[in-house]
Design a binder for this molecule. Structure first.
Ligand SMILES: Cc1cc2nc3c(=O)[nH]c(=O)nc-3n(C[C@H](O)[C@H](O)[C@H](O)COP(=O)(O)OP(=O)(O)OC[C@H]3O[C@@H](n4cnc5c(N)ncnc54)[C@H](O)[C@@H]3O)c2cc1C
Length: 522
């Protein structure tokens, strides 16, 4: 415990760990106040406290982990894992359809396993933080009263004011539900509420075919829930994954029994006699209605700004979140924002990357800028889709002269051995420098090999660098080497490659030559 103003952690249930403000009207000065104990806030608080700054970390829920741990990355992957076990289990594969009661029992087991994992992970984070003598963690909601002062109200009535030199705002986002016509808007589920339900519905309409909607559709479908996805754009995962992957994933989802309606706009959601009816107009303008047990909306997020009282500050923001400069600093000197609340890729690892950058900028002055063109992510569908860096479309939009190449996992030893010879690895390569600027993978377990792509793109490796690596056989990642060699050979066959096809190191050494080279290298 860091000060007499706070009472020690209470453990009501294993799930709760809060550091309470035991007094009222306390005022204390900190070097840094961090608002939000998720992936965008906690790592920055730890870096700064470790470096000797006096840090206050404020978390509304009193539990460390944020959306990622409690309603996002981790619970969704626990359910996906269990849903896969259920779906591929002997009983179901033998054709026996479990009764609704059996399914609910299985769901109860999943939830209890989930609570155990979440509690243990949050507890481990809490125990780690407790060891940092410069870091004070309080459970409470922070609200600005001026540019450099916040008021914190804890759920048990205590309150305090904290003045600070530096601030980090990382409050995350919340799901939004559009104002559909009909009487049911208040009863619709979101990703924030579905995991804590006591039972699994027989049928579920998911409004929104983005990454979260698709992950949820597949995992609930594997628990024998009849899932229907309604997406307003003309494809699911529109503009997110490489267009050539879309038909493959759509076909796989449909084969699993998920109905997908694209170019379809929901107009009304109503409830009567315990069932929801969802009316939507399709591409030809006709209106259809689907009856379902539950409806989940995965169609947008809004930044959690309401409780922050930013009106008391000079911090600028838009409906997309808090405005930041290239150092992630807001319009107020010394106040930074990270994670989902800024207009940047919304992933836990990206939030953490930003948190470390902001901590470095506070410690050493603004010197580090994030490079989101090297971001990576995984869509945990089956097969998984994973991506790093520029998509082909983004690179072309930016005017980068690129060449692309694709490895077809149909010929791959591992996919053949696993009985599903399907998938693709795609490189987006800067034609002049031969640097791989995008890696896109669509294959079972793509997430397990995308880290290699992240390293390739973040280190600016060339096709030659990758072609020269010795990949173990048989593995999914040897495709990296095959594809790099294939692209070099294809370019050579076109007479478009220099004999000294560059590695990253030779590019650095020969940068002046590269600037003047006009030959197409690949
Ligand atoms: C269903 C789902 C699945 C996902 N899966 C993945 C995945 O597989 N991989 C991945 O990388 N990302 C995934 N994400 C996204 C990931 O969860 C977020 O990108 C990440 O949690 C953002 O971190 P953050 O710190 O910005 O915000 P959050 O994690 O939302 O944390 C913000 C914290 O701030 C607290 N807070 C808010 N306001 C205040 C206040 N005024 N005072 C004090 N505290 C406050 C909140 O209680 C919360 O704990 C998923 C999201 C969802 C919804």
């Amino acid at each position: 415990m860091k000060s007499s103003h706070y009472s020690s952690a209470t453990k009501g249930s294993e799930f709760e760990q809060t550091v309470k403000i035991s007094e009222t009207n306390v005022k204390e000065h900190f070097d840094v106040v961090v608002i939000g104990g998720g992936p965008g806030g906690t790592p920055a608080a730890i870096d700064l406290a470790t470096s000797g700054k006096k840090v206050l970390l404020v978390e509304k829920s009193g539990k460390l982990g944020g959306a990622c741990l409690f309603i996002g990355c981790i619970p969704s992957k626990i359910i996906k894992h269990s849903a896969d076990e259920y779906y591929f289990g002997k009983e179901r594969q033998s054709g026996a359809t479990p009764s609704p009661e059996e399914r609910d029992r299985y769901w109860a087991q999943i939830r209890s396993n989930m609570e155990r994992i979440l509690s243990s992970r949050s507890g481990a984070a809490y125990n780690g933080i407790q060891k940092l003598k410069n870091l004070t963690l309080v459970g409470g909601t922070a609200r600005f009263i001026s540019n450099h002062e916040v008021e914190i109200a804890s759920s048990d009535g205590g309150n305090m004011r904290a003045e600070f030199d530096y601030g980090i705002i990382a409050p995350g986002t919340s799901s939004t539900i559009p104002p559909f016509k009909g009487n049911a808007t208040g009863e619709l589920l979101t990703s924030e509420t579905i995991f804590s339900r006591d039972s699994v519905p027989e049928s579920l309409v998911i409004i929104g075919g983005g990454p979260i909607g698709i992950e949820l559709a597949q995992m609930f479908s594997r628990l024998d829930v009849k899932c229907t996805v309604i997406e307003v754009m003309d494809t699911i995962l529109n503009g997110i994954v490489e267009p050539e992957f879309v038909s493959g994933i759509t076909e796989r989802l449909q084969r699993q029994g998920i109905d997908i309606f694209t170019s379809s706009r929901v107009s009304e959601v109503s409830r009567s006699h315990g069932k929801f009816s969802v009316a939507f107009s399709g591409p030809d303008g006709t209106t259809r209605t689907i009856i379902s047990d539950q409806v989940l909306v995965s169609a947008g997020k809004k930044p959690n700004l309401d409780e922050l009282n930013l009106g008391a500050t000079d911090i600028m923001y838009t409906p997309k979140g808090i405005a930041v400069n290239e150092y992630l600093e807001t319009s107020v000197n010394g106040i930074y924002a990270t994670g989902d609340v800024i207009n940047a890729p919304k992933f836990a690892h990206t939030a953490t990357y930003e948190a470390h950058i902001v901590a470095a900028n506070i410690m050493r002055g603004n010197s580090t800028r994030p490079d989101f063109t090297k971001n990576s992510w995984v869509l945990f569908s089956d097969p998984e889709i994973a991506s790093v860096g520029y998509t082909e479309a983004e690179a072309r939009r930016k005017g980068i002269d690129i060449v692309t190449g694709v490895y077809d996992y149909k010929i791959d030893a591992v996919t053949q051995i696993n009985g599903d010879p399907f998938g693709y690895l795609k490189f987006v390569v800067d034609r002049r420098s031969s640097v791989i600027i995008g890696v896109h993978i669509f294959v079972k377990d793509a997430g397990a090999i995308v880290g290699e792509g992240a390293l390739i793109v973040s280190r600016g490796l060339t096709l030659r660098d990758v072609a020269d690596a010795i990949y173990p056989h048989p593995t999914l990642s040897e495709a990296y080497g095959y594809l790099a060699k294939k692209m070099i050979q294809e370019a050579a066959a076109k007479g478009a490659v220099r004999s000294d096809h560059p590695t990253r190191d030779s590019r650095t050494a020969q940068s002046s030559e590269r600037e003047t080279a006009d030959s197409v290298q690949i």
